[in-house]
Every structure is written in C-alpha cells, then in structure tokens.
Design a protein around this ligand. Structure first.
Ligand code: GLU
Length: 301
C-alpha cells in the first residue's frame, strides 16, 4: 500500500483559518514526501448540514488537492464495530457504567496518573455487572490498558510521553469513540504520517498504543502549532471573520489568505502572491515556526 498523509476535519461547521493552516501543513508534509493525501470526514459526532461540501470547496479554493475517495466515518461503523468485538472477544475490554461525575469523584487508583480512569468498573463481578445493567445505564466499552504511559516520536516536538489509561473505545450510546476510529482509519488508509494541531498531542500516546495493541505500526506524528487570537485563545466565531466566506465578504481574497498563511509559516514574503505548488517547492519541515500564530483582525489588511 502507498503511504499517505491526511487531513481529518470534523464537519461541524466551516473551516477557519486555523483549520486551513493545519490542512495546508498536512498537505505540504504529504506532497513533499511523495505520499498520497487523504481527506477523512470525522462525522461520528455533531455535524452541520453541508459542512463537508463547504470544507472541501474551501480546501480546493486554496489549492489543496487530495486523493479520492473522501472517507466518511459513518460509512465505516461496521469496521469499527468488528475491531471492538475482536478486542472484546480477546478479553481486552470491559464495560464501564460510570457517569462522568462518578469518574471525577472516584478516588484515584494507587499509582494511577492524574486524570486517568480510576478503574471503578475494571473488575466488576458478574453480580455487580448484572445489577448495573438492570439499573438501565448503557455501558461504554473501555480498553483494558496494560500500561500507564506511552511514548511517541513527533517530528516537530521530539519524544513525547503521555498518559494512557483504560480509555473509552465505544461510547454508551454505541458510537465508536474518536480514539478508536482514528486508529482504525489511519491503518486502513495507509496513513503513516499524522499532521494535526498540537491540541491533539496528548491523545497521540493512547492512539499509538491502541495501534500496537491491534498489531498496526503507529504512524509518525507532526503536531503543529495552533492559530490563536490576540488574547492567546483558540479561534472561534467570536473572533469575527475567520472563514474564507467571512473574509471574502470583507474584501479579503483567498489569494491574500493563502499569502498570509504562507507568510506565517515562513514560506512567503508579505503580500507575495503564491500558490501551493510554490509553497511545496519551498517547504522544509525542520524550519517551521514552533510557536502559535497569533492573529489580530488587522492581519488581513
Ligand atoms: N477530527 C479531529 C479534529 O477536527 C482531528 C483528528 C485528527 O487529526 O486525528 O479536531
């Protein structure tokens, strides 16, 4: 199988310039290393009607292309369920009836890392389990983890060791969990290069560990800095015009947006008109900025 990079947006709204910058980076990493580039719509959670189509149109408008087909996670539920069943049949999972609140209030297990699942449902007896089922709460399924931390190698950040607990692989409502779906999809799509925002760094150890449990080779990671507003907070609607559509309404063209994104990555001069092919020719992952890109409304002026 050819190796691939990917961009995996959640189609819950329109991509903003932070998402677009991450997509551009994922594309640059993949295309400059001879990889195919996949788009995966992570639509197991809340979605907005038509958001996927708008997201693809915005990527294309910037000059980001991808290899078909675009994958939708809701088309792959059988695949996730068969992996969950496989782990469960092998005794590698357990049902968890805890509410979020019970987890927060439970005393943590000895030696358990901060924030880890406290282990409440790990060793339930058959009678205890029957009682919980009778109480009517549908259980989530957690992976029976054999470790407490795992190390990944990140091209931008070096070695990163993070917590791995008995994390949820299937939610109480029967929806496969994000951490499971990502791992199954990356393996199925030949993704060996994961480029994404550094807000997801702390989930990489869990995902890489699950990959090894499933017999997959974990991908390489490149977690890239986020785009923040002038208060140092992640972009949101409150920050005004942050999508291509909003910006266009204010007279900022897509050409200008690409130029500013490129400038923020050290790949273009101010106001230089560029296209993605030019950026690929200039791209060097080793010299990317390591700090977030802070934008103020006047960045587009
Ligand atoms: N769907 C996730 C997001 O939009 C990204 C997941 C990933 O890249 O692994 O934040």
């Amino acid at each position: 199988m050819t190796t691939a990079g990917r961009f995996a947006p959640s189609p819950s709204g329109t991509l903003h310039v932070g998402n677009l910058r991450t997509a551009l980076l994922a594309w640059l990493f993949a295309r400059t290393t001879g990889r195919t580039f996949r788009i995966r719509m992570e639509n197991l959670d809340r979605t907005a009607l038509g958001a996927d189509t708008r997201q693809l149109a915005d990527l294309a408008a910037l000059g980001i292309d991808w290899d078909e087909p675009v994958i939708y996670q809701t088309d792959r539920l059988d695949m996730y369920r068969s992996v969950i069943a496989e782990l469960t049949d092998a005794g590698e999972t357990f049902e968890c009836f805890c509410t979020r609140r019970e987890i927060l209030e439970a005393p943590s297990a000895p030696h358990a890392p901060e924030g880890a699942y406290p282990g409440t449902c790990r060793e339930l007896t058959t009678a205890q389990r029957a009682e919980k089922i009778a109480a009517g709460r549908p259980p989530a399924i957690r992976l029976r983890s054999a470790i407490t931390e795992f190390t990944v190698i990140d091209t931008q950040l070096g070695e990163y060791t993070g917590m791995v607990d008995d994390f949820v692989i299937c939610r109480g409502d029967g929806t496969p969990a994000y951490n499971l779906a990502v791992v199954v999809d990356d393996a199925a799509q030949g993704v060996d290069q994961v480029v994404r925002g550094d807000d997801l760094l702390s989930s990489a150890p869990r995902q890489a560990y699950l990959a090894t449990r499933l017999g997959y080779r974990p991908p390489g990671y490149s977690h890239v800095p986020m785009v923040l507003n002038d208060k140092g907070i992640r972009l949101s609607k409150r920050d005004g015009a942050i999508t291509l559509e909003d910006l266009a309404a204010e007279g900022v063209t897509t050409t200008t947006v690409l130029s500013r994104l490129a400038e923020s990555l050290g790949l273009a001069d101010h106001d230089e008109i560029v296209d993605t092919a030019t950026l690929a020719a200039r791209f060097d992952s080793a010299s990317l900025p390591r700090d977030p890109w802070i934008i103020t409304p006047d960045v587009w002026a």
